[in-house]
Design a binder for this molecule. Sequence first.
Ligand code: FES
Length: 100
Amino acid sequence: MSRISLINLTDLPPGQSAEVVAEGKIFAVFNVDGTVHVLDGICPHAGGPLGKGSLRGDVVTCPWHGWQFQVSSGQHCLNARICQTRYEAVVEDGRVMIEV
Ligand code: FES
């Protein structure tokens, strides 16, 4: 296991999403009322940027065609068979980190 540092928490206020490229991968990072969630940033529908989607509560809407995911679980909101990869996020010294 290794850790990847993604973003300063101060750059991700509550209610915001961010797309972060790190170690050659694209991650979608969300702040839901102070709790940070990280998903694979590539939408499984057609490759849209989930980190650029709008966040309402703990649901993100893909900006390309509107697929919605619960960011705390990665679960697609309508199709139980689709679950986006999620990563365990921790905040250390103000940086959002994930274990991969
Ligand atoms: S690429 Fe995300 S909904 Fe189509």
